[in-house]
Design a protein around this ligand. Structure first.
Ligand SMILES: C[S@@+](CC[C@H](N)C(=O)[O-])C[C@H]1O[C@@H](n2cnc3c(N)ncnc32)[C@H](O)[C@@H]1O
Length: 195
């Protein structure tokens, strides 16, 4: 079983398995300084946890494109978030060819699962507006994320390691972006860069 099949098999249970701290998510999104009407790419949307938070900030004039490689996760996201300004795309972000360019590309709770991080960043960069931001984030600490994966009985994810923020920041700099924020503490993990 690969990553796609793994998340497909968990899709129906996902929302019961995970809790998200809304206050931390708000603090993370504050850093992105989203404006009404912005276009956002939500990578690894899963069951669409981030979509209502993004909608609240970009409003009805904004656009949200939610991408996931696991079609069962995406179906649930679609069922829960039916607004006309949200589009759902079944694709692997490392190879996806998407239309449009975005003010923000958010990777919430997905970066450790990218098998080729450099290729994922390289491909996402293509869809970023000049001045647009890429936000790689978790509302848990890196230690918690890595322990969760390492202790998982599932071989599909138990080597999915989240590197220190400084390392992720270097990846983004290598792709020509300017790092604006790095938070790697007991509360959360955030690396944000600008094209
Ligand atoms: C840990 S889940 C998080 C889902 C959601 N962001 C959340 O916080 O509930 C990671 C999600 O990323 C997706 N994913 C993993 N690698 C991907 C890739 N290369 N391209 C697109 N989606 C990917 C998985 O299918 C899964 O739905």
């Amino acid at each position: 079983m690969g990553c796609r099949e793994f998340f497909n098999s968990l899709a129906e249970k996902w929302d019961d398995m995970c809790t998200h701290d809304a206050e931390k998510i708000s603090r993370i999104l504050d850093m992105a300084e989203l404006k009404e009407g912005d276009k956002v790419l939500d990578v690894g949307t899963g069951t669409g946890v981030m979509i209502p938070f993004l909608q609240e900030r970009v409003g009805a004039r904004g656009l949200i494109t939610a991408v996931d490689v696991a079609e069962n996760m995406l179906k649930i996201a679609q069922r829960k978030n039916g607004a006309p300004n949200v589009a759902f795309i079944h694709a692997d972000i490392t190879t996806a060819d998407l239309e449009g360019s975005f003010d923000l590309i958010i990777c919430y709770s997905v970066f450790p699962h990218f098998k080729d991080r450099q290729q994922a960043i390289k491909n996402m960069y293509r869809f970023l507006k000049p001045g647009g931001r890429m936000l790689i984030c978790h509302s848990q600490s890196r230690k918690e994320i890595n322990e969760l994966h390492m202790n998982s009985a599932s071989k599909e994810i138990n080597r999915d390691h989240l590197p220190p923020a400084a390392v992720v920041g270097e990846y983004l700099k290598e792709h020509g972006m300017k790092v604006l924020a790095e938070v790697d503490n007991e509360e959360m993990f955030v690396v944000m860069a600008q094209r």
